[in-house]
Design a protein around this ligand. Structure first.
Ligand code: SAH
Length: 354
């Protein structure tokens, strides 16, 4: 290990906040030894708070229609080759019904920014879900909306909102998004969601185009300060119909390293081993657990539309054989000594120093 790294790791383990320069060094000077030590510390920290329990979220991909044009995303509006679909409220409720029977107690409604999902329609779906499944949490991941809209959805019963910040650096944000989208608005959304009372998830892609260790250090500093309830990170994976088609994917190695660091800078965070991680490596999600993750998000969408919700190439779990992602992940997790629990999986209270 490079000199200095051990000291930074010791500091992290002791609950000290690192500054941006230190976080950058932790990333730029990493090696296998550092990764192994961080993973060990991260797993121990997670174990102290959550044991080996893995929380599940049933992911329902409600629409791939999107008014935005994010340069990295396969369902951006400029992609004329995408076959567009939108689930009906009845289809969404049926997915949840199946999911509840399988043991899911959180449903995540995710989609492109599809104008069909007005406040009225989305509130009706949320309140119906909450009425039918009162023991479940409803998470929305439907992009940027007004504060008023977030408030109405919260009042209708939504518990959580996932909105990755994508990058904590405004100039980097501008390289990944068209001019009409703004980093300030993304951050405004996250603040509004927090103030309204949602459990909030942020996150970013690892290895997105133009990303440097300095950008990642900013992401980590943001997470350290914002203390999200959830944090979704996964490798960037190019999609063949986007401007970033020829860019390299993010790596397994760096994603695992960052999962461990995030667990240590904010120990109680709910941290998924994402589908993108499972896409770049056949056992990526298992490796994610061993780096400090504690959440998986099996796909609950109707099998017929899964291939169409193609944010990036080669997304796993889109074939006929994968109708039951929960069972598959359960077996995978059991094989490495973890268990999927039937639980809403809310964030646990944690005092620094425990
Ligand atoms: N419209 C919603 C949901 C976006 S999809 C929103 O704006 O929040 C969820 C996440 O997928 C995005 O936040 C992004 O970080 C990730 N994603 C999009 N394209 C990707 C790609 N090519 N590779 C990896 N992850 C990608």
């Amino acid at each position: 290990m490079k000199p200095g790294i051990q000291r930074l790791i010791d500091g992290l383990c002791a609950g000290e906040a690192l500054d941006e320069a230190q976080l950058e060094r932790l990333i730029a000077d990493r090696d296998r030894d550092a990764a192994a030590r961080l993973a060990e510390a991260a797993v121990a920290k997670r174990g102290a708070i959550y044991g080996n329990d893995v929380y599940t979220r049933g992911l329902i991909e409600v629409s791939n229609i999107c008014k935005n044009d994010c340069l990295y995303c396969g369902i951006r509006r400029s992609n004329g080759n995408a076959q567009r679909y939108r689930l009906t409220p009845e289809q969404i409720l049926r997915c949840a019904e199946e999911g509840h029977a399988l043991g899911f107690r959180t449903f995540v409604l995710q989609g492109g920014e599809d104008p069909w999902f007005t406040d009225g329609r989305l509130c009706a779906i949320v309140s119906e879900l909450k009425a039918r499944f009162p023991d479940c949490a409803v998470t929305l991941s439907m992009g940027e909306r007004s504060r008023d809209s977030y408030q109405r959805l919260f009042d209708a019963g939504a518990d959580r909102y996932l909105l990755r910040h994508e990058t904590a650096d405004p100039a980097h944000y501008a390289l990944l998004h068209p001019a009409e989208m703004s980093w300030d608005n993304r951050m405004r959304c996250l603040r509004d969601l927090r103030e309204i009372g949602y459990q909030v998830g942020c996150g970013f892609m690892v290895g997105s185009p133009f990303q440097t260790p300095a950008h990642l250090a900013k992401d980590l500093a943001f997470i350290q300060a914002f203390k999200p309830d959830m944090c979704g990170i996964g490798p960037f994976i190019p999609h063949h119909d986007t401007p970033f088609r020829d860019r390299p994917a993010g790596t397994l190695e760096l994603t695992l390293y960052l999962l461990s660091v995030i667990r240590l800078i904010h120990p109680p965070v709910l941290l998924p081993a994402t589908t993108a991680l499972g896409t770049i490596d056949p056992t990526g999600r298992e490796k994610g657990m061993r780096a400090g993750a504690n959440v998986v998000m099996p796909n609950l969408s109707p099998v017929g539309v899964r291939k169409q919700y193609e944010l990036y190439d080669n997304k796993i779990c889109t074939g006929e054989e994968s109708a039951q992602c929960r069972g598959c992940l359960e077996a995978r997790m059991r094989s490495i000594g973890y268990r999927l629990v039937i639980d809403r999986g809310d964030i646990k209270k944690y005092q620094q120093g425990e």
